[in-house]
Design a protein around this ligand. Structure first.
Ligand code: ZN
Length: 212
């Protein structure tokens, strides 16, 4: 058994030998009971399709206005970037910066990284920058907070509704869909992608990998 078949418990640091699980099985830490890993029927093609759909939703969410405001005939539509720029210009640059990161750069980076990794694995090889890409994905996972922005928009719409006519735009629906798709995509256990890459490497000798 090679060294990379060990799993370290995130909670108590107990070391376990990793073994193949049956469908539906879960491996728990023998010392503290923390869940170590689950069996996944990991389908690269399905995840690729999910990534592509997420990319389309991302594109639509950024191209179309999220909301249109109609105040006594004065019609004003705003895209996500329009909102970020307006926030910047109103003097709260840090908020604009964080919003741009959370709603644009992180989702974009996640989509591109997943596409890169999955396209490689789908083609039967470990992509050149696999390790770096997987590391970036695991770093970004806790920062995937598009739903926070979604909630912010909904609160703004409800508040503005009394003052002016607020018309939700295609961008808003696309962003809502994007939020759900991103949550689905990032909920996958990255460890499974490591396992697939490892199987692809086959007899290519020991493979460096992230600690579990
Ligand atoms: Zn434990």
């Amino acid at each position: 058994m090679s060294v990379d078949r060990w799993v370290v418990c995130e909670q108590c640091d107990a070391v376990h030998a990793r073994r193949e699980l049956q469908p539906g099985e879960v491996a728990d830490c023998v010392r503290c009971g923390h869940q170590l890993y689950r069996h996944h029927r990991f389908d690269v093609e399905m995840l690729l399709a999910l990534t592509l759909t997420t990319a389309i939703a991302f594109l639509l969410a950024n191209v179309y206005p999220i909301i249109a405001l109609d105040a006594q005939g004065a019609y004003n539509a705003a895209t996500i970037w329009g909102a970020v720029i307006a926030t910047w210009e109103s003097g709260v640059a840090p908020v604009a910066f964080i919003a741009a990161l959370l709603v644009f750069f992180f989702p974009l980076a996640q989509i591109l990284l997943f596409a890169y990794v999955l396209l490689g694995l789908h083609g039967g090889r470990r992509p050149g920058e696999f390790r770096q890409a997987m590391h970036a994905l695991s770093l970004m996972q806790p920062w995937s907070m598009a739903e926070v922005f979604m909630l912010g928009i909904l609160v703004a719409i409800v508040k503005l509704q009394g003052v002016m006519t607020v018309i939700p735009g295609i961008g808003l629906w696309s962003f809502a869909v994007l939020t759900l798709l991103l949550a689905a995509l990032t909920s996958y256990d990255l460890q499974d992608l490591w396992d697939i890459a490892e199987r692809l490497d086959g007899d290519g000798g020991p493979v460096a990998r992230e600690p579990a």
